[in-house]
Design a protein. Structure first.
Length: 121
């Protein structure tokens, strides 16, 4: 699944609940095993390993800004679900990370102004 590393991702839901749009987390997985993005409040970074079916995210770091309580709670849940070894699926432009037991992140490929998914270079 090279779509993992070739797209920018915007999180649309965590555990089936829509994210707060103005604080929507983002994700980028680069080809060298680095993950980065925004929690909606802070930026984060770390390492990941992807075997084609599961992603293992380790050693996440982040900035430590504060924000509205609802956004901070969302941030904590997002990082909690993201960190660890999780199954990954990709269908119809939606990336799904996790299970009902670990929590689920759903993210959409960012679409450019031309209507095409935004690709990393």
């Amino acid at each position: 699944m090279n779509d993992l590393t070739t797209h920018h991702w915007t999180v649309t839901a965590i555990d089936g609940e829509p994210v707060f749009e103005q604080f929507a987390p983002t994700l980028e997985f680069d080809a060298t095993g680095r993950i980065s993005g925004s929690t909606g409040v802070n930026t984060f970074f770390g390492a990941y390993f992807f075997d084609g079916a599961t992603v293992k995210v380790e050693t996440l770091g982040s900035t430590r800004k504060t924000g509205p309580a609802q956004a901070v709670l969302q941030e904590h849940r997002f990082l909690s679900v993201l960190q660890g070894e999780r199954p990954v699926t990709y269908a119809e432009g939606i990336l799904t990370i996790g299970t009902t037991e670990t929590g689920v992140i759903e993210a959409a490929a960012v679409v450019s102004s031309s209507g095409e998914p935004s690709m990393l270079r």
